[in-house]
Design a protein around this ligand. Structure first.
Ligand SMILES: Cc1cc2nc3c(=O)[nH]c(=O)nc-3n(C[C@H](O)[C@H](O)[C@H](O)COP(=O)(O)O)c2cc1C
Length: 174
């Protein structure tokens, strides 16, 4: 038997999502924003999308320059993840504030974060307003990962106010 719960409560009961720090803006003026609304939209060719609320400083930067970097953090990057999701780039240079090193991109002018294990460079091809967020979706033009490799079990998930690491492996799809 099930009880009716509110639609919002239903959404909050979804499992945790990947959380990334997105770079927006041009060159040395790249800003950073923490984003939990991130999704793969196509494998071949590879497309990714990010949901950004129109009130964010990053939203106007994306409108001005439709490209972005997706930087995937691991557990040691938690301070930067929280910080980039709390303060606004209209007031603070988040690279300096959270001791992050800008990484030049190869295909776009927006910079990535050198310390984070994975960085993707993307150009916006479509933007779609859905409720309180606009989804900026586009091809992944280039991708880089730490030479030492990526420990997938140490990447960061977030939902309903909680940060977690990915948990137990249940089964492999054969
Ligand atoms: C864990 C976490 C996840 C977040 N996810 C999103 C998101 O998916 N979309 C969004 O617009 N804001 C999201 N935010 C809020 C922004 O990161 C926050 O408002 C940020 O300070 C905006 O920066 P800006 O003004 O420099 O663009 C999230 C914040 C946190 C802490």
């Amino acid at each position: 038997m099930k009880n009716n719960i509110s639609e919002k409560e239903g959404l909050r009961l979804l499992p945790h999502f990947p959380t990334v720090v997105v770079g927006t803006g041009r060159g040395e003026n790249t800003n950073l924003i923490t984003v939990a609304l991130v999704h793969v939209f196509s494998f071949e060719p590879p497309y990714i999308g990010i949901g950004i609320a129109p009130s964010r400083h990053s939203f106007s930067l994306l409108r001005d320059n439709p490209e972005f970097t997706v930087n995937v953090p691991c557990s040691e990057d938690m301070e930067a993840v929280m910080g980039c999701g709390t303060v606004s780039g209209s007031e603070v240079n988040k690279f300096k504030e959270f001791n992050l090193t800008p990484q030049e991109s190869s295909k776009i002018s927006t910079r990535g974060i050198a310390e984070f294990p994975i960085t993707m460079e993307c150009r916006v091809e479509k933007d779609i307003l859905i409720g309180d967020h606009v989804w900026f979706i586009g091809p992944v033009l280039s991708c880089s990962a730490l030479k030492t490799g990526v420990d997938r079990s140490d990447l960061v998930l977030y939902w309903a106010g909680e940060f977690r690491r990915p948990g137990e492996l249940l089964k492999k799809r054969s």
